[in-house]
Design a protein around this ligand. Structure first.
Ligand code: FAD
Length: 317
């Protein structure tokens, strides 16, 4: 029987969401589900594996895997892939995954698809739907026979527990990493201080419709009144109205808030990638035909320069 394996490292986000997707895929392929964890495991590994009905969790632990390093992680996964059969390996598409997935695929002579947003069966053939052209369009790849490594954008997925939780068996899979050294050394890392929009429950985001830098304070004031954080579209970050750490979207942050208020944002696909997983999206735009209204649960057609302060006053009572 073939296997569908989810590969994560350290405490990468999106593991549980990806396991839910992989469980459905494994069922459709009549395959078994596996989870390969490199280096330190999430603290709730056992609970997640049980909720997701993963029968076997494979762990590769090595001093060299304490933090992600491309050369070591690739060597570890490739060695695992030579010892353990699978049809499909799914990885959450993080920055590190862009380094890992294609190089692992090349080493084990597997196919690779990146920017995946879904996996399913199309006419009896395994298929991956992926975003292309910076998120502007979707493509469907039919995966022929053979092995594939697929990067999946997990922000739009939701985790659902299996009908029957299981107790997973953990296998320790030693691999020889003695001769492997990192060729790239990180000498400095940018550290963002304070809370991060990726973790915020409430976000108020402003776009070019704010008109000028000074008006970004209207976004900040509503965010503060709601106990949330201010976010931004890319053009206003490029203009210096908001800091880069606040940018939502394809080249910014992927967020999953409960509430996302988008003010003066048109709804370009590259922006929506970063907020599509919001539970409730409220759009304020003076153009009734703005694309953002297609995604919004609540839409306000009007001038955000008037509506934002009115909402702030209403919240403050
Ligand atoms: C490869 C690539 C990556 C990208 N990555 C990102 C990304 O990560 N994040 C991102 O945001 N963008 C990204 N972009 C840019 C993206 O395509 C859009 O250009 C951008 O999201 C538009 O920003 P905006 O909605 O603020 O501005 P606009 O598209 O100019 O929209 C402004 C909106 O405000 C409305 N408006 C104007 N005045 C008012 C008013 N007074 N009151 C209410 N509404 C008003 C207008 O009707 C309009 O809908 C990327 C593009 C590419 C090609």
């Amino acid at each position: 029987m073939s296997r569908v394996v989810v590969c994560t490292w350290g405490t990468t986000g999106g593991a549980e969401e990806l396991l839910t997707l992989a469980r459905g895929t494994a069922a459709a392929l009549d395959a078994t589900l596996g989870w390969l964890v490199l280096g330190p495991a999430p603290h709730d590994l056992t609970e997640i594996a049980s909720r997701q009905d993963v029968p076997i969790v494979d762990r590769i632990e090595d001093e060299k895997l304490q933090s992600f390093g491309g050369d070591v992680a690739i060597a570890a996964v490739a060695a695992y892939a030579r010892q353990h059969d699978f049809r499909l390996m799914l990885v959450p598409q993080t920055f590190d995954a862009r380094v890992l997935a294609p190089r692992v695929a090349a080493r084990i002579d597997a196919g690779v698809v990146m920017n995946g947003v879904g996996v399913g069966m199309e006419g009896g053939v395994l298929a991956v739907t992926a975003s292309a052209y910076g998120g502007d369009t979707r493509v469907v790849y039919a995966l022929d026979a053979g092995r594939f490594v697929v990067g999946i954008v997990t922000s739009a997925l939701t985790a659902a527990p299996a009908a029957k939780p299981a107790s997973a068996v953990t296998r320790h899979c030693p691999v020889d990493l003695a001769g492997v050294e990192e060729r790239v050394r990180v000498v400095a890392r940018s550290e963002a201080a304070g809370p991060r929009i990726e973790e915020a429950d409430i976000l108020v985001a402003g776009g070019r419709g704010l008109g000028e830098k000074a008006n970004y304070r209207l976004v900040q004031e509503l965010a503060e009144a709601l106990g949330g954080m201010a976010a931004a579209s890319r053009p206003i970050v490029d203009e210096g109205w908001a800091e880069p750490a606040r940018q939502v979207g394809l080249t910014g942050k992927i967020t999953r808030p409960t509430l996302y208020i988008a003010a003066g944002i048109s709804g370009a696909s590259q922006h929506m990638v970063g907020c599509a997983a919001a539970k409730t999206l409220v759009a304020i735009n003076r153009d009734p035909d703005a694309a953002i209204f297609k995604y919004a649960r609540f839409g306000i057609v009007g001038d955000c320069l008037e509506i934002l302060p009115a909402l702030t006053r209403a919240v403050k009572g």
